[in-house]
Design a binder for this molecule. Structure first.
Ligand code: MN
Length: 234
């Protein structure tokens, strides 16, 4: 029996997939905080002691970015300090609870380039006032994502460069192998707290060098084996 809605439901967030016209339906977007040692230090944390923590962006914050074109990315309201955080995005094809680390990668459909765009001034204020981070982290379109590269094509990515340049100047540069908590560990730890499901994506953390962008600037994001993603802030 088909469901009858009292209003027209919003369309589901999707991401393109390399090699097919079919798209990936997004359920939830999880993000890990402070997962590269140098970035943890630049945010005032201690990379040797802190257990991982996660927050969420609304799935509809994801902005699909096709390859080979520069997409316009609107500068959001309420901020004067809008930061890029380049991250590898992990897309799950299945889920569960209490997933052991050694089984975790079996749930991965593929990988994509992502940006965890952040209204840093609002996030800093929220931290100071001990309020939730949503206003800083979950603004509209704050999660640009390139196409998903299926594991069947690229395998599992444990190393490789990750970088973003702004107007041709490299701002963040790291290696996937520098993650404090691996993709498998992130999936396993998240599954202690939530029932993960097919369609969930995980932003797996950003290297150091986060910083502001302004209108008119172009961000070129690159992760080895995942191509590139280009956005102009407007
Ligand atoms: Mn982040």
């Amino acid at each position: 029996m088909s469901v009858e809605y009292v209003i027209t439901p919003a369309s589901r967030a999707t991401l393109p997939v390399v090699g097919t016209e079919a798209v990936f339906p997004v359920r939830r977007a999880y993000c890990i905080g402070r997962n590269y040692a140098a970035h943890t230090r630049e945010m005032g944390g201690d990379p040797t002691r802190e257990p991982p923590f996660f927050f969420q962006k609304s799935a509809d914050c994801l902005q699909p970015v096709p390859t080979g074109v520069t997409v316009h990315h609107p500068y959001p309201t309420l901020t004067h300090n809008y930061h890029h955080e380049i991250e590898m995005v992990v897309a799950l094809k299945s889920g569960g609870m209490h997933i052991p680390v050694e089984k975790a990668l079996d749930h991965v459909f593929g990988y994509a380039i992502g940006l965890d765009m952040t209204r840093r001034d609002l996030q800093d204020e929220a931290k100071q006032l001990r309020r939730p981070w949503d206003s800083g982290k979950s603004s509209d379109l704050s999660g640009p994502c390139g196409p998903i590269h299926p594991v069947s094509q690229v395998g599992h990515l444990a190393k490789g460069f990750i970088r973003v340049s702004v107007d041709g100047i490299v701002k963040q540069k790291g290696d996937i192998s520098d993650m404090i908590w691996s993709v498998a560990e992130q999936i396993s730890i998240l599954s202690q707290a939530y029932h993960l499901e097919a369609g969930d994506v995980i932003f797996s953390g950003t290297p150091d060098g986060v910083g502001p962008v302004t209108r008119g600037q172009t961000m070129l994001c690159e992760i080895e084996h995942l191509g590139e993603m280009s956005l102009k802030v407007v």
